[in-house]
Write a protein that binds this ligand. Structure first.
Ligand SMILES: [Zn+2]
Length: 267
């Protein structure tokens, strides 16, 4: 009997504990309907990294939120619960006002949704990446403010640069300035260049035979990959080639193509 009483008392103490609230600034990368009235959201926080949280009642007309939470919105969040194996509870989300250009341009929206999908797939919960957050936020803000576009090239350039930051932050940055096998530096003397997803980088003509999965690169694409700064000046065909290469690479890493890539960016 004494043991039982002890247990009851401990439970009361636990129940009486103040709920820990965490504040962060976050980007919503995924939304799933949980019930008629609630959503489960995946939020990428600047200080705390990615969390999954339930937003109770977010679809009700009157709730603690300003209407249903939308993917790619961003702002201040407050949540409770910080255990990796459990859903956190979102108690506040204040989306920052935007001009709304992102949803007026299909190419912009598709680029941003693909970026969000990849970010979700390549980051772990509670693993902060503030630089990746800042990069993704400015990518979204540029699109929302209409600083990118209407030329689809603008979205593609930003998407490509974002994907390189993501690969770097996830510890998966490919080697692109030299042959990944023999280490010979890339230069004007390279008459043929290849990329191997399995080798995670550039492969020269002398080594390509050892990499059955290699893809041949056109000279302009190889030059851009070896010197990322060139991407901003690249023509549409080169950008398309690089984006297709990146999708091929993400498909290798993930073991399947990203959902949002197959309809949009593959030929
Ligand atoms: Zn080589």
């Amino acid at each position: 009997m004494a043991v039982l009483r002890e247990d009851t008392r401990r439970r009361r103490v636990l129940r009486g504990q103040a709920v820990m609230l965490t504040k962060d600034r976050a980007i919503c990368v995924r939304v799933v309907d949980y019930s008629e009235t609630s959503q489960v959201v995946t939020l990428f926080g600047r200080s705390g990294g990615k969390i999954r949280a339930i937003a109770k009642g977010s679809k009700r007309q009157k709730s603690a939120f300003e209407g249903p939470i939308e993917p790619l919105s961003f702002g201040a969040i407050v949540f409770s619960g910080v255990r990796k194996d459990q859903l956190a509870t979102l108690t506040e989300f204040q989306p920052e006002p935007v001009r709304g250009e992102l949803r007026r341009n299909l190419a912009a929206l598709q680029s941003a949704l693909l970026a969000a999908e990849l970010l979700d797939l390549l980051t772990e919960e509670y693993d902060p990446h503030p630089e990746l957050f800042d990069h993704f936020l400015s990518f979204l803000q540029d699109m929302e403010e209409g600083k990118a576009g209407p030329d689809p090239r603008d979205f593609l350039i930003r998407l490509i640069l974002f994907q390189f930051v993501l690969l770097h932050e996830a510890g998966l940055r490919p080697i692109l300035s030299a042959c990944v096998n023999c280490r010979r530096a890339f230069g004007a003397d390279w008459r043929e260049s290849y990329f191997s997803a399995a080798a995670n980088g550039l492969v020269c003509r002398d080594c390509e035979m050892s990499f059955p999965d290699k893809i041949r690169l056109r000279p302009k694409a190889a030059q851009c990959l070896a010197d990322i700064k060139r991407i901003a000046q690249a023509d549409q065909a080169t950008l398309d080639e690089i984006e297709q290469l990146l999708i091929h690479h993400f498909t290798h890493i993930l073991g399947r193509p990203p959902k949002l890539a197959k309809h949009v960016f593959l030929p």
